[in-house]
Ligand binder design. Structure first.
Ligand code: ADP
Ligand code: TRP
Length: 332
């Protein structure tokens, strides 16, 4: 039996290099492993906790779908869907909210971080918190447990959410008998956190990103903005501590990487290193960027693919939800 491996990305911003290296690239590699049955989705209702402009929301949701497909996700091999097209998830979300204690949600990092920041700025503790945000981990538990997921590839910040899903599964199982599988998270240990233009973690929350599908001119300009130290061009540079090299490795061939490493050790000017980085990135991104633009110009194509995926997802979620409801005592 193949193991279900599942992950979602919420449409709250333009996909950037950090998302690609830290989440999408590894997930696409995992999808190639024969033991896995991958289910990847657009976590649009999670995105709604943040984005309240319809035009923007639509654009960002399609953007996530187009990104996966442009980078090579094969919808015949991966169950690829939009969370909002699978209504059973939301029914399960309610069921779980009757099993998750409020205290558990109070302790969730994302909520706690907002409360702490409100405390510091002497605002009402729950300022800016909608109930969707507060219940976020419950919906995520429904996403995961609905498909009997065994492996959840995520960034470190999401580990607690997977643990909450395990807690919820256990409390349900204890009450009604074995129903849900307990999921494991899988963090990409070897992909370090990619720093953004200002040196902090690249994140759409910090406005320091390089969008993955940036047009060539802008891409070169953004690469030029990546912070470097003030060593003179001829001084040897340490490839292991250079963001430019970290990025170069992701897009260049192994031979090119070896060569570049030597150039670093022998001394390469940062301007030159940036030019070389642009070359390999632009070469890699060219085709996916075209595919992305094509897909974005054809939302009906994206809708078709996602609807198809939702049907596959629902062939699992509809019967499973029935079984769950029977256990709870809805019908005989
Ligand atoms: P952001 O920080 O821009 O809001 P998200 O929290 O939506 O990004 O992250 C989506 C996925 O991309 C997660 O799996 C996260 O771990 C990964 N990710 C985001 N930023 C980075 C980064 N700078 N380096 C590596 N992975 C990242
Ligand atoms: N919370 C995840 C993030 O912000 C997105 C997400 C929603 C998710 N549901 C999920 C990830 C289920 C893995 C499994 O990145």
């Amino acid at each position: 039996m193949k193991k279900t491996i599942l992950t979602g990305i919420k449409p709250t911003g333009q996909i950037h290099l950090g998302n690609y290296i830290g989440a999408i690239k590894p997930a696409l590699e995992l999808a190639e492993i024969q033991d896995y049955k991958p289910a990847y989705f657009v976590a649009d209702y999670h995105g709604l906790t943040k984005v309240h402009n319809a035009e923007e929301f639509r654009h960002l949701s399609y953007g996530i779908a187009a990104t996966w497909l442009a980078l090579g996700l094969d919808p015949d091999k991966v169950i690829f869907y939009r969370q909002s097209d699978v209504p059973e998830i939301f029914e399960l979300n309610w069921i779980f909210s009757c099993f998750a204690s409020k205290g558990l949600m109070n302790r969730a990092h994302a909520y706690k971080a907002i409360v702490d920041s409100n405390k510091n700025s002497q605002k009402d503790l729950d300022f800016g918190v909608n109930m969707g945000l507060f219940n976020y981990p419950i919906l995520m538990a429904a996403d995961i447990l609905m498909f009997k997921t065994e492996v959840v590839p995520v960034g470190k910040d999401q580990v607690q959410h997977v643990e909450i899903a395990r807690d919820i599964a256990e409390s349900f199982n204890n009450n009604y008998g074995e129903t849900f599988l307990l999921p494991e998270y899988k963090i990409q240990e070897d992909t370090a956190v990619l720093p953004g233009l200002d040196g902090r973690k690249m994140s759409k929350s910090y406005n320091n990103t390089i969008p993955l599908f940036e047009e060539p001119n802008k891409l070169q300009k953004l690469i030029n903005k990546i912070k470097t130290d003030s060593l003179p061009p001829e001084a040897p540079k340490d490839p292991d501590t250079s963001v430019l090299f970290m990025l170069y490795k992701e897009f260049a061939s192994p031979t090119e990487v070896e060569k570049m490493k030597e150039q670093y050790l022998n001394g390469i000017g940062w301007g030159e290193a940036k030019k070389e980085l642009f070359k390999v990135m632009d070469r890699f991104i060219k085709q996916p960027r075209e595919k992305y633009n094509e897909l974005m110009a054809s939302p009906e194509t994206l809708d078709g693919i996602l609807k198809n995926g939702a049907e596959k997802a629902r062939s699992i979620s509809v019967p499973f939800l029935k079984e769950i409801k029977r256990k709870i005592g809805f019908y005989a």
